[in-house]
Design a protein around this ligand. Structure first.
Ligand SMILES: [Fe+2]
Ligand SMILES: [Fe+2]
Length: 274
């Protein structure tokens, strides 16, 4: 670490830290009397589909605590500062979702009930480099953005719809950070590193699809098309990778499998459009 770092005022990551500090809010500022508009069966399904996101909030918080020390060791002080607000954001999301479970009187799935969650988080946490870790977080944050964004769009007047709006604001800062941090390294990035990141993207997408396949009935019961969500997510990731300048390499084999699974699911559910 540096005793007296040069925290340049024009460093965009430093300004994201300042935004992160100003953007803090507490769970008790939120109106918890808003209606959930779930019946008993929908509440059970919602508790299930929320589980990967819920676990994701906690994994992000824990991962941030690890990467903080790596930023310090690399003398990346603005990133070191920024990540503290990230950690507090994820802690708040975790706290709020815990409160949602209590309110619904439901429990999240256990890891053994959805093994893909374990695989997903293992894939994220096995990263040794802070760059890989941030890339994984970028993918996870894009997933969170699409998940919360869908509730904001489909159920704007419900408790979870309103909560989603608050959380999305935080997630936007997280994405901006990952983009800045990865973006400033892209020009110098060895092909081997790019390949490693794109391989991680493919792995995470495949696991997300498997997770979704296990939860598709619950998603349907809550009132959304999980595969439409995945399509939007894939498009988001594709755009982001393109914008970052990482190779838009085809992942034909993985996608073919995923599209096949989607076709089966849509057929089973009788969904023909889109
Ligand atoms: Fe979060
Ligand atoms: Fe996040």
């Amino acid at each position: 670490m540096q005793i007296y770092p040069d925290l340049a005022p024009d460093d965009p990551i430093l300004s994201l830290f300042q935004k992160g500090v100003k953007g803090q809010w507490a769970a008790d500022e939120f109106d918890w009397t808003l209606p959930t508009k779930f019946d008993a069966s929908e509440a059970t399904s919602f508790a299930r589909v929320l589980t990967p996101v819920y676990l994701g909030e906690q994994t992000a918080m824990l991962g941030a605590s690890t990467v903080l020390a790596h930023f310090a060791a690399a003398k990346e002080t603005s990133a070191q500062l920024y990540i503290t607000t990230f950690m507090l954001d994820e802690a708040r999301h975790f706290e709020m979702l815990t409160r949602v479970y209590k309110l619904l009187d439901r429990r999240p799935l256990e890891l053994r009930e959805l093994r893909e969650m374990f695989r997903y988080h293992h894939r994220l946490l096995k990263s040794k480099h802070r760059l890989d870790w941030l890339f994984g977080i970028l993918i996870s944050d894009l997933f969170a953005k699409n998940f919360y964004g869908m509730f904001r769009k489909l159920f704007p007047d419900t408790l979870f719809g309103k909560l989603s709006v608050r959380i999305i604001g935080d997630e936007a800062r997280h994405q901006a950070f990952a983009e800045h941090y990865i973006g400033r390294q892209v020009d110098e990035m060895p092909y081997e590193t790019r390949d490693r990141l794109l391989e991680m993207r493919d792995d995470l997408l495949v696991i997300m699809h498997q997770m979704l396949a296990s939860l598709s009935n619950d998603a349907y019961n809550v009132g959304f098309d999980g595969y439409a969500l995945m399509q939007e997510l894939e498009e988001d990731i594709r755009r982001k990778i393109h914008a970052l300048g990482l190779e838009p390499e085809a992942r034909a084999e993985a996608l073919e499998t995923l599209e096949g699974e989607e076709a089966v699911w849509r057929n089973e559910m009788g969904i023909t459009e889109g």
